[in-house]
Design a protein around this ligand. Structure first.
Ligand code: GLC
Length: 731
């Protein structure tokens, strides 16, 4: 439709009809089943009102959505098509690694390809919008939703946000295989006090602008069609009712012109925050802040008409919101093609096709981070190996938001081992349940029941594992968090793997100290106990549909691990929030150097995380030499090129991700001790050398100054490539 036709349509619509476009409900409230991803409160809407809701979330499938669309449009006074939205955050049916694992790839283009794949599958299944990318910067591993982020670095998150939006949306949403992206959760949701989900967020305007806003902005600048308002407060006002955040910053400063959708029930939660007196007040505050779609409360449908009649909200404000929603439907081409590309045959052909599985396996391989390896990986062909741990047999190794991924499409580690590695002399034992009875997954769906300990045969499982461990040349432990222990509403004060598995590790290590650990996790963990006992540790996150194959390809050396940590693994939870780009403080503490007491340090643990951002090994070694600059002054028009020679000093091919860091040594506001400014991946054959270089421009030196402007200031900048100090340059 043209803009004029949209305008004419808007003018023909009744106020009630307009307002109904601003409600989103789950599909089962209209017809058909839905996945419930938030608390279910009584919506209190009549079936007629529900049936007119402008968008639906949590339901998918070409057949179901075509029927729903047909029914919806038949009943709609102006036959306006309904929008179908869902959380497709790491694949639709072919599930790839969790976003934190994708962050570990340091490969935005790979993420783009994965999102393209997810969009193709989701579009064939009738979906129009995904609630992704999540662009929240995260520094606190107690918050289980770090799983959904690409990590703790502003620059890296921005590259992934941009790549993911481009992957989902392409150049034109009308194109085949494209779905609209939704940047979330705007803003600052990733920094809840004490790491407790939905808790208060206290971030200064400066910190928000310096660290948190840029990744959302990169997603918006990449053309994201929607932004989701977050649950949390900022400066004491819930974002979903916050005009400064949603109007002045998001719309006026960042120039976002698309649809703002609330997070699940976030409008009603203005009441529980103590910011709205009742549902009518909540509706008014969310509307004035600029929330266009009310997710799952029914408040807009119930209250907006009265607010307009009482002059609290103008019909012009309603029209602006509804026009943005109609424009989104128009961009998707739904007025001309309401079923877009929901097509059973296409759906059948695309979902889990070989090309998609191959991509999911590539992404999984590249997400793995080798944290330690004292010569035990890759596995040697003649070894007798005992694979021990609940993840040897666990089928579901997808992130907890993989709501349309299905276990039946996944092979367990044991199944892949037995079918594709028959020559390997291997025993496989679960050794322990995934979770002990001490774990709290309260309020989870019945899906959580199977994760809780099968206490009765624990002893037998242990004895079988110890017998296998005794006979083995090497034990490979497949252990970690349960998949349901990360994601929404999974904050934990302890960030260790379940005790029942730590006990297993303890017992196995007593009978065989030649031990490697494959660690499944949705967040950084305190892995000191594992560190003490394991000669090798590889974090595999939650790797998705092809995870088992990917793990065996890397364990056997067909592919070497190449991931780097996108978020620190803390020494202990006492350090959290810990992040590499911290400020120096007035009393910096250098391990072992600053003897005096009055330094910024702990008495009982080191300041440094156990493994820092950017850390990751592979099966070969690299050396960096001849690091230098071509000049030492950055000007407005000319950057400095930093050179170095990278050599593969090992006996196997390897891929190294070189990270360029700077430190602005003196500035009008304190600057981080290190800031990532660029990176590049280099693959070298054994003994091969290659000269690499980075150009550091004036733009790279910009930051939010004391005058609240993004500018560079004169002064000295230290430069590193990886851990190698290159030298100091001037601006
Ligand atoms: C949830 C999440 C959000 C998700 C939405 C819809 O509560 O906070 O990330 O997109 O509801 O499922």
């Amino acid at each position: 439709m043209t803009k004029k036709e949209l305008q004419n349509l808007l003018e023909e619509m009744s106020l009630e009809e307009k307002i109904s476009q601003m409600s989103q409900v789950t599909g089962n409230l209209i017809s058909g089943d839905s996945v419930i991803t938030g608390p279910l409160a009584e919506i209190g809407l009549s079936r007629e009102k529900l049936a007119l809701s402008g968008s639906v979330l949590g339901i998918a499938g070409a057949k179901e959505l075509k029927e729903l669309q047909k029914e919806y449009m038949k009943n709609h006074p102006h036959h306006i098509p309904v929008l179908f939205m869902m959380d497709i955050i790491n694949g639709y049916k072919t599930i790839y690694p969790i976003p934190l694992g994708m962050g570990a790839t340091f490969d935005p283009d790979l993420a783009k390809r994965c999102c393209e794949m997810a969009a193709k599958e989701a579009a064939a299944a009738g979906l129009h919008v995904t609630f992704s990318p999540m662009c929240d910067l995260v520094r606190d591993a107690r918050w289980g939703r770090v799983m959904e982020s690409t990590g703790e670095d502003t620059y890296l998150n921005g590259l992934f946000a941009e790549a993911m939006v481009e992957g989902y949306q392409g150049e034109d949403l009308k194109e085949k295989g494209k779905i609209a992206a939704c940047v979330k959760h705007f803003a600052g949701y990733g920094a809840p006090d004490a790491g407790r989900d939905y808790n208060t967020v206290e971030l200064s305007d400066h910190t928000l602008r310096e660290f948190y806003f840029p990744a959302y902005k990169k997603g918006i600048d990449a053309g994201a069609a929607l932004v989701m308002s977050s649950f949390n407060t900022l400066e004491g006002i819930p974002v979903t009712g916050n005009q400064k955040v949603l109007q002045n910053i998001l719309r006026d400063e960042m120039g976002f012109e698309g649809v703002v959708i609330s997070d699940w029930a976030a409008i009603e939660e203005l009441i529980y925050h103590g910011y709205a007196a009742d549902r009518r007040d909540a509706a008014a505050k969310a509307m004035k802040a600029g929330v266009d779609i009310d997710m799952m409360t029914g408040i807009y449908a119930q209250e907006l008409e009265g607010l307009v009649k009482d002059g609290v909200i103008s019909e012009e404000q309603i029209d602006q919101a509804v026009m943005r929603i109609l424009e989104l439907k128009n961009k998707l081409g739904l007025f001309e093609h309401p079923y877009k590309e929901a097509e059973e045959e296409q759906e059948e052909a695309l979902l889990l096709c070989k090309e998609h599985r191959d991509l999911a396996r590539e992404a999984a391989r590249k997400s793995f981070v080798l944290l330690k390896n004292e010569g035990v990986l890759p596995l040697h062909a003649q070894q007798k190996i005992a694979f021990i741990g609940p993840y040897t047999k666990r089928r579901n190794i997808m992130g907890s938001w993989s709501i349309t991924g299905e276990e039946k499409d996944i092979k367990t580690f044991e199944e892949v081992l037995r079918s594709e590695y028959q020559k390997m002399q291997a025993e496989v034992c679960a050794g322990s349940p995934m979770l002990g009875s001490d774990m709290k997954l309260e309020g989870f769906t019945e899906a959580a029941e199977e994760a809780v300990a099968e206490e009765e045969n624990k002893e037998q499982m242990l004895q079988e594992a110890l017998a296998a461990a005794k006979e083995a040349d090497l034990v490979v432990m497949m252990i970690g968090e349960d998949r349901l222990q990360s994601g929404e509403a999974t904050s934990n004060a302890t960030i260790q793997i379940p005790q029942v598995q730590l006990d297993l590790l303890e017992e196995v290590a007593k009978v065989n100290e030649n031990l490697a650990v494959v660690l499944f996790c949705g967040r950084p963990l305190d892995i000191r106990a594992i560190q003490e006992k394991a000669k090798a540790i590889m974090a595999v996150w939650l790797p998705g549909t092809e995870g088992a194959s990917a793990i065996l390809e890397v364990l056997t050396g067909q592919h070497a691990p190449e991931g780097k940590l996108p978020m620190c693994f803390p020494y202990s939870v006492g350090q959290v929030p810990v992040h590499y780009n911290e400020y120096s403080t007035g009393r910096p503490y250098q391990h072992g150097k600053d003897k005096d007491r009055f330094r910024s340090k702990y008495l009982d643990i080191p300041n440094e995380p156990l493994y820092s951002f950017g850390y990751g090994l592979t099966y070969t070694t690299f050396a960096l030499s001849d690091a230098r600059f071509d000049r030492n002054q950055v000007t407005e028009t000319e950057g400095v090129r930093a050179f170095a020679t990278l050599t593969n000093t090992g006996v196997r091919e390897g891929t190294e991700t070189l990270l360029l860091y700077i430190r602005d040594k003196v500035a009008s506001v304190v600057r981080p001790v290190k800031e990532l400014k660029a990176f590049q991946k280099v693959t070298l054959q054994p003994q091969e050398s290659k000269e690499i270089s980075f150009v550091i421009t004036e733009q790279d030196l910009r930051f939010l100054t004391a005058e609240n402007r993004f500018e560079s200031e004169e002064g000295e900048f230290d430069v590193w490539i990886g851990e190698t100090f290159v030298g100091t340059i001037m601006r």
